[in-house]
Design a protein around this ligand. Structure first.
Ligand code: NAI
Length: 458
């Protein structure tokens, strides 16, 4: 029995179904969850609209002459829905093919691994997987009304973009939306409580994004607290108060200060499943809750809130149910991809995290500015940074972290991810050739340079 059909829940269903387990999923909305309907997929579709617009606007440099381009956001919205619906249909078909039964409704766990659907249907599972996901968090003084104050849920349903917006929180969602809104013509201000945007990223990477944002006219205010907002008399705009008596008047406020787990409606009170003070279901490294036979995965547990982490956790659970070898997820080395412009992708430790963990490190940064393909595609902004453990002779040993910012880095992280997780040394990875001309040569050059023999860079 699986409660929740998002990435964690549906991955468990698909994996279990393929192995011949009898699987039922209880889903209150649509299978695919936040990722497919209100997150990864729709957000990246809008970011792609922004990328296409940037390309068309810059076409003249390539000798391609176009009329002055403009954005019809309703068309992008329609296209987004088409992409989402196609994937949704595919997922439903796949679940059917794997003989997964889906129940529509809110599922609640009771004692003895019973799951009750709100239409009264009662089901008993030999194993239960809780995967009810998360929802956007808000902050006091910013009640989400879907008109002036929005979260990612509402932004992704807009038919028309605001002319100006404040984005509260400069994390993954904040930076993706700020980038998209700004590229499509909105005047954007980011208000971030911490000293820098993308606080979870390596400082050099976050700096490249901040510089690009500022150059494109995004006003980044860091180290500021927001205290509230006051709508205009006609309720078409609102004034946001922040910092030391500062204010900005905008059409929309986008709140992106993190997400909270949806554990309240799971009926856990009558069970032994433990929940921490923030609402996350407590699990061990094998995703087992404190109730025998009940597992939890995805955004409902306190692990990185990423669809692919949910997939990995689902596989881990099903492999245990099948009695196969199950390897816990190493959360310190999962891949991260942020799709703002320029894109960010990384795996493993940032330089700061490595130093804090007590490592002596050797690092190497190589900008995309010297990469032929980056110049050809007109995207020379960005860099690759590799952090390696320093060997006693001062040379670079095991690769601890690979951090990228720049053109299509979300598609380039694979080698970096593999290097970190394979615990490969810089010298080992440097032996592999990169096709030329490709963007991936920058990673190759960085590792070559780390091994002491850079071809194009020192
Ligand atoms: P986040 O935790 O990544 O960032 C929230 C940001 O808001 C932080 O920088 C934090 O310092 C700031 N903040 C918190 N309270 C604030 C306040 N009162 N005023 C100003 N700033 C404040 O959360 P986000 O961006 O909402 O994303 C939620 C989750 O979704 C994350 O865990 C993220 O991993 C995941 N996600 C991942 C994406 C990706 O990998 N491409 C894209 C979107 C979301």
């Amino acid at each position: 029995m699986i409660i929740g059909g998002g990435p964690a829940g549906y991955a468990a269903a698909l994996r279990g179904g393929l192995a011949g387990l009898s699987i039922a999923v209880v889903e209150k909305d649509k299978v695919g969850g936040t990722c497919l309907h209100r997150g990864c997929i729709p957000a990246k579709e809008f970011l792609e609209t922004a990328a296409v617009y940037r390309t068309v606007e810059g076409a003249k440099e390539f000798g391609v002459i176009t009329e002055a381009p403009s954005v019809e956001f309703a068309q992008s919205q329609a296209r987004k829905q088409k992409v989402v619906d196609q994937l949704w249909k595919g997922l439903q078909g796949l679940m059917k093919k794997r003989k997964v039964t889906t129940y529509a409704g809110v599922g609640r766990l009771g004692p003895g691994r019973t799951v009750t659907v709100d239409d009264g249907t009662e089901l008993v599972g030999r194993h239960v997987i809780l995967a009810s996901g998360s929802q956007p968090r808000s902050i006091p003084g910013f009640e989400v009304d879907g008109k002036l104050v929005l979260t990612s849920d509402e932004v992704l349903d807009l038919e028309k973009l605001p002319e100006s917006a404040v984005v509260i929180g400069g994390g993954a969602i904040g930076c993706e939306f700020a980038s998209m809104l700004s590229d499509l013509g909105s005047k954007v201000t980011i208000l971030e409580a911490l000293p820098k945007i993308l606080p979870g990223c390596d400082a050099d990477v976050a700096e490249v994004v901040a510089r690009s944002f500022k150059r494109r006219g995004i006003d980044i205010r860091t180290g500021v607290a927001v205290s509230g907002h006051e709508p205009s008399p006609d309720a078409r705009s609102t004034t946001v108060f922040f910092g030391d008596g500062e204010m900005v008047t905008v059409d929309s406020v986008v709140v992106s200060v993190g997400r909270r787990p949806c554990s309240a409606d799971l009926g856990l009170e009558g069970t032994a499943v433990a929940v921490d003070p923030r609402g996350f279901v407590t699990v061990d490294e094998y995703m087992r809750t404190s109730e025998p036979g009940v597992f939890a995965a995805g955004d409902l547990v306190d692990t990185p809130a990423l669809a692919h982490v949910g997939f990995a956790e689902a596989v881990l659970i099903i492999d245990q149910i099948l009695g196969e070898r199950a390897v816990p997820v190493d959360y310190s080395k999962v891949p991260w991809c942020i799709y703002c412009h320029p894109e960010v992708a990384f795996a493993g430790m940032s330089e700061q995290a490595a130093l804090e963990a007590g490592y002596e490190v050797v690092t190497k940064k190589d900008p995309y500015g010297g990469n032929g393909r980056a110049l050809i595609v007109g995207e020379p902004e960005g860099l690759v940074k590799v952090i390696a453990e320093k060997l006693p002779d001062g040379s670079a040993g095991r690769i601890l972290g690979v951090h990228m910012v720049g053109p299509w880095v979300t598609e380039q992280l694979g080698q970096g991810y593999l290097s970190v997780n394979w615990e490969a040394s810089a010298t080992e990875v440097a032996q592999y050739i990169q096709p030329h001309p490709t963007l991936s040569e920058t990673f190759g050059e960085t590792v070559l340079a780390l091994s002491g023999r850079g071809l194009h860079v020192g």
